[in-house]
Design a protein around this ligand. Structure first.
Ligand code: C2E
Ligand code: MG
Ligand code: MG
Ligand code: MG
Length: 288
């Protein structure tokens, strides 16, 4: 473990920690130039109406393909960007790109677009103005944009910070944009919060859909059903993440889930493949 030794404050790393630290520094530096080097793209994953097979929205997911290496996943680089102000710049690029891309899809197919937003972006007083400007520039109506914020970002902070983030969300919502609570069910939140949050959509985390084999299926099923019921009682829409098999989709339909997303329907694809997917919809992967 790292250790501070006396007055010269030298820090000793284990070889493994040192390697990881260097990799982090290297990635942080490379990420700073990724956008200007054209290494960033957006992938889009459809969100499907389980009853009709229609894609009602697509989620924008950031991709980084360094010119001199293999792709690095957002699970790795988003936390690095979030540790600095870099996330503000990247987030702004994502917002601008996604709203511009989605305008055409909304015109032809009424498709909405969802954009993941970090806590640091949301805390930025300029953010609501940037959202409005992006919508105007793209010619996308506010109701066609859904901003996703993770449950952890929103709630695993001090009550004061939560109140500030909640106020920012409420302001965005007043402008007509919809808010989704992402990765719902994985955080440390209390359910008591839920009725007070300015959100429209709950995205039930993948861990509920793909519960490990050793867990009791009846209990996972009962729990998923309970979340769907709570969500309905609060007039919230639910999107179930990580649907990979026809059995999962069938079960979710039985439980009353309306919207789902996952590899069963479609993996995230580059923007230029979206029009073809929308034209080929609806999806009926379990009715074959
Ligand atoms: P998320 O917002 O919960 O996005 C869903 C993740 O689940 C995506 O991973 C997606 O590719 C993956 N996924 C979708 N369907 C399935 C499935 O059936 N099975 C499995 N195993 N996985 C599935 P991805 O693209 O690697 O993104 C990871 C996370 O990075 C996202 O989780 C989100 O929190 C963050 N992220 C991605 N793009 C952005 C962005 O532009 N801004 C911010 N702030 N965060 C982003
Ligand atoms: Mg998301
Ligand atoms: Mg999620
Ligand atoms: Mg996630």
């Amino acid at each position: 473990a790292a250790k501070t030794t006396g007055k010269n404050r030298a820090v000793r790393f284990s070889p493994d920690l040192r390697t990881r630290h260097l990799r982090h520094v290297h990635l942080a530096h490379a990420l700073r130039h990724a956008r200007s080097r054209g290494e960033l793209t957006l992938a889009y994953q459809p969100i499907i109406d389980l009853a009709t097979g229609a894609p009602t929205a697509v989620e924008a997911l950031l991709r980084w393909h360094p010119a001199d290496g293999t792709p690095i996943g957002p699970g790795t680089f988003i936390p690095i960007a979030e540790a600095t102000d870099l996330i503000t710049e990247l987030g702004h690029w994502v917002l601008t790109r996604a709203t511009a891309d989605a305008a055409a899809w909304h015109r032809t197919h009424r498709t909405a677009v969802t954009v993941n937003v970090s806590g640091r972006q949301l805390r930025d007083p300029a953010f609501p103005g940037a959202v409005a400007a992006a919508l105007r520039a793209a010619g996308l109506p506010p109701h066609a944009l859904i901003l996703e914020i993770t449950e952890n970002t929103l709630l695993a902070t001090t009550p004061d910070q939560t109140a500030r983030l909640t106020a920012a969300l409420a302001r965005l919502r007043e402008s007509g944009v919809r808010i989704a609570l992402d990765d719902f069910g994985t955080g440390y939140s209390s359910l008591a919060y839920l009725p007070t949050l300015p959100v429209d959509i709950l995205k039930i985390d993948r861990s509920f859909t793909t519960s490990p084999a050793h867990t009791d299926h009846h209990r996972t099923r009962a729990f998923t059903k309970a979340i769907l019921d709570i969500s309905a009682s609060l007039d919230l829409t639910t999107i179930v993440e990580g649907v990979e098999t026809p059995d999962q989709a069938d079960l979710l339909r039985t439980l009353g889930a309306r919207l789902a997303q996952g590899h069963l329907f479609c993996r995230p694809v580059p923007a230029d493949r979206v029009p073809g997917l929308l034209a080929a919809a609806p999806w009926h992967p379990t009715l074959t």
